[in-house]
Design a protein around this ligand. Sequence first.
Ligand code: NDP
Length: 291
Amino acid sequence: MSAVIISGKAISDEIRNGIAEEVRLLYEARRRDPAFVPPGLAVIQVGADPASSIYVNNKKKACEQVGFMSFGYSLEEDTTMEELLDLIDTLNRDPRVHGILCQLPLPKHLDEFAVICAITPEKDVDGFHPVNKGLLSIGRECLVSCTPLGCLALLKSLQIPIAGKQCVVVGRSNIVGKPVAQLMLGENATVTMAHSRTTDLPAVCKNADILIAAIGKPGFITADYVKPGAIVIDVGINRCEDNKIRGDVDFASVVEVASAVTPVPGGVGPMTITMLLKNTLTAYKKITEGS
Ligand code: NDP
């Protein structure tokens, strides 16, 4: 058997086109209204880490492509906590801004958690604020972290049944593992969360109808971890010694066992920025229309 290769790129393009169309209709309907403001995303980068700069530029570009306003703030490496919190406070109150994200990781002298907490939950399009994390855990409407949301959007757009299925999530980070497990639980999957202390991980994983790998170890999930016919979602993005990006899944062996698998690159990755756009539009609607 050879699995279907899930094209995150194609699904992502389709969702982005839908967002762009929604924004176009918004401009058309409101173009004579002097009070009209389009959706706006503010992206803060502290320091000049090259990988962060690439992510930040991709986010800005994606915003512009769908007709959002994008506001970029490049701060010096030695920016103080006070200066950063002042900027966030200004953006929290800026009516042109509906989403705020601060590119992580921050330089070591800055308190990441305090920065996340300073962003008003209504504009927290990364879904990292404890209020949004809490709302997700009690199954209420909220802004959900982009990568987990992207995993769910992939499964839904392929109409893969989730309710009643065994779902194993390997990895329990606050950014990916925990929220993706909560989303799957919200879809009525029976969810197992595995991590580095799980005993007999291959057997646990082999029980999964849907296996989600968010580990950070290239090629870790081999065919021995996969039940024949399972759906495998690879969240991993690992830059290897040969400078190539590899996922957490050993694609070559898993593709022979699974019924569908996401590639890396081109699987979950493109969905993450798309979900950032989706979250910004959701925040915009909530702020401007109260819906
Ligand atoms: P973390 O390092 O925060 O978490 C890794 C998780 O994997 C931990 O829970 C850890 O367990 C678990 N783990 C590590 N080793 C093993 C092992 N041998 N067996 C079982 N579990 C193990 O990583 P993230 O969640 O932030 O990211 C995971 C991957 O996803 C990375 O490759 C990252 O680059 C990628 N990523 C991709 C994104 C995208 O846009 N596609 C966005 C975010 C991340 P324990 O808790 O016990 O230590």
